[in-house]
Design a protein around this ligand. Structure first.
Ligand SMILES: C[S@@+](CC[C@H](N)C(=O)[O-])C[C@H]1O[C@@H](n2cnc3c(N)ncnc32)[C@H](O)[C@@H]1O
Length: 180
C-alpha cells in the first residue's frame, strides 16, 4: 500500500464545525484533487485492497462510497459492480464525480448529502459494501460515523475496521463476513 498522503488539509477549528470546514475547503479544491502527485497510483492500491477484501460480482454487488470525492477510487470499481452511489458533503466534489462519471460513460452518480442514518435517505437502499477512502481523518467522530455507515449495509454479519494511521488511510466496511 502506498503511503503517500499529500493533499492539503482544511484547518479544523477545535470543537467547531468540521463538516462546514471540510465542505468549504473541498468545494474550493475539487477541480484539482485528481492532479495531486501519486493520486492515481494510490487510488489503484486502494481499489486492489478493496477487491481483495470482498468478492465483487458485477451482476449484484452494490457499493456506497462515503466521502467519495471525485470518484478517483470508486469509479474504477464501477465495472465490478451492479451499482455505485457516491455521497459527499462537498457539492464541488459531487459535481466533479458526476462529470468524471459522465466523461467515462459510467452510470454511477454522486449526491451531496450529510448522512444521518435515516430510512428515508438514499431511497432506503442498503448496500453490500460501504467504503470510505482517504477521508476518516477529516471526520470528527469516527465511532459514530462508522456506526452511521453500518446503517447502510445490508443486514448480514459484518466486521469493521478503520485505520487511525493517516499513512494507511483507507477503511472498508462490508456486509459480508469476509469484509474488513
Ligand atoms: C481527501 S478527500 C478523499 C476523496 C475520496 N474518497 C478519495 O479517496 O479520493 C476527502 C473527502 O471527504 C469529504 N468529506 C469530509 N467530511 C465529510 C463528511 N462529514 N461527510 C461526507 N464527506 C465528507 C470531502 O468533501 C472530500 O471529498
Amino acid at each position: 500500500m502506498a503511503s503517500s498522503h499529500n493533499h492539503p488539509h482544511p484547518h479544523h477549528a477545535h470543537g467547531h464545525d468540521y463538516a462546514s470546514a471540510n465542505q468549504a475547503f473541498f468545494d474550493q479544491h475539487a477541480h484539482e484533487a485528481d492532479q495531486r502527485h501519486g493520486a492515481g497510483e494510490l487510488a489503484k492500491d486502494i481499489r486492489d485492497a478493496i477487491l481483495q477484501a470482498y468478492k465483487f460480482d458485477d451482476q449484484s454487488t452494490t457499493l456506497l462510497d462515503f466521502a467519495c470525492g471525485t470518484g478517483i477510487v470508486s469509479l474504477g470499481l464501477a465495472e465490478r459492480c451492479k451499482k455505485v452511489v457516491g455521497v459527499d458533503i462537498s457539492q464541488g466534489m459531487v459535481d466533479q464525480y458526476n462529470k468524471n462519471a459522465a466523461e467515462r460513460d459510467i452510470s454511477s452518480q454522486a449526491l451531496r448529502i450529510e448522512l444521518k442514518g435515516e430510512d428515508s435517505e438514499l431511497d432506503g437502499t442498503k448496500f453490500d459494501v460501504v467504503m470510505c477512502s482517504l477521508a476518516y481523518h477529516h471526520i470528527q467522530d469516527i465511532v459514530s460515523t462508522t456506526r452511521l455507515l453500518s446503517f447502510f449495509l445490508k443486514p448480514v454479519p459484518c466486521r469493521c475496521r478503520q485505520s487511525d494511521d493517516c499513512t494507511y488511510p483507507w477503511s472498508v466496511t462490508s456486509g459480508d463476513s469476509g469484509g474488513v
